[in-house]
Ligand binder design. Sequence first.
Ligand SMILES: NC(=O)c1ccc[n+]([C@@H]2O[C@H](COP(=O)([O-])OP(=O)(O)OC[C@H]3O[C@@H](n4cnc5c(N)ncnc54)[C@H](O)[C@@H]3O)[C@@H](O)[C@H]2O)c1
Length: 350
Amino acid sequence: MNPIYVKYDCSSLEAALRECGAGRIFVIYDENVRQFVEEQVLLEALNALDDEESTIEIYEMAVSEEKKSLATVESICQWLLESGADRKSFLLAVGGGITSDMAGFAASIYMRGIRFAYVPTTLLSMVDAAIGGKTGVNFLDYKNMLGTFCEPQFTYIATSALETLPARDFIGGESELIKSFIIENNDEAYERAVKLLPAMTEGANIDELTALIQAAAAVKGGIVTRDFREGGERRKLNLGHTFAHAIEHLARENKADITHGEAVSMGMVMAARLSESLGIAPEGLADSLKADLAACHLPVDCPYTVAQLAGAMGKDKKADGDKVNFVLIRAIGDVTVEKLSLSLPFFNQE
Ligand SMILES: NC(=O)c1ccc[n+]([C@@H]2O[C@H](COP(=O)([O-])OP(=O)(O)OC[C@H]3O[C@@H](n4cnc5c(N)ncnc54)[C@H](O)[C@@H]3O)[C@@H](O)[C@H]2O)c1
């Protein structure tokens, strides 16, 4: 696993770039973080250049799930080619998960692969998308259908980037942060997170938030190091996601406005209820998890019935007949993956 730096600002980014001998740097960024790039990233990148003749090329883009496509990756590759990027060039991607997934994909295929690194700017990308080397784009209505496993040289997290992140995006990212600690709860990170996050909107305790981001990044980093290609343990990171993908699918059909992080929050409560119904989790775990997530301003009540969700899950491309993988919760910090039949009584609830 390549380094994950967790800092408040970008003052150590030059050192990180030098450490991996970045060479000629191409910076690609989300238009919504232009100010952060201009004030923090570009100076560091310039300082990291050895050759005085060298320049930095920049590419600003608008991001959305619709634009997370092969066409955008082609445009990125065209920019790299027209600006003279060669095999030794280095791509630095600054933005949320959409930016890193697309830039990483482009870097992994341009000239059969050039080196790249991420500066994630959303909470979700700091603890999840920018770690673990999965890149990709949406294709023919399927999310992340085309992509590669390819690791960045490093991930540089500067928590000051979060200062401009809209509240709804921040709160959505909270569910992935909390998810990490339901999977592994070292140093009571779960308890610390559900104590800190309810107060985040009233004024940040940035040091404690930074420590929690570091802890969550370490959870994902550790799992990915042990299981890069998702043969086993990495599946634990899908906690809440089997339900969440079904919720997002139904929300799209019904034109309802539910973000991924919001769906994951509802999905984790349902995963806890399923775990209780199977006698895997102690009674009361789902209610206490639900109360903790609600206190963090996350939605916890799913607008669809379990039977409706099961209907959507059965049609998912990952379903194996009527069997689907679920991450079940034994206790906070202890989860297990099991393939379950959608004909279980739990999934018939209207
Ligand atoms: N590769 C992986 O392992 C992995 C894991 C999880 C999610 N993902 C992918 O990540 C994507 C979601 O990531 P996301 O939630 O970061 O979404 P995103 O990149 O769309 O960012 C969310 C919104 O915040 C804006 N933004 C980003 N940083 C900002 C900042 N600091 N200030 C102001 N605005 C800012 C963006 O322009 C966007 O409007 C999905 O496409 C998902 O498939 C990938």
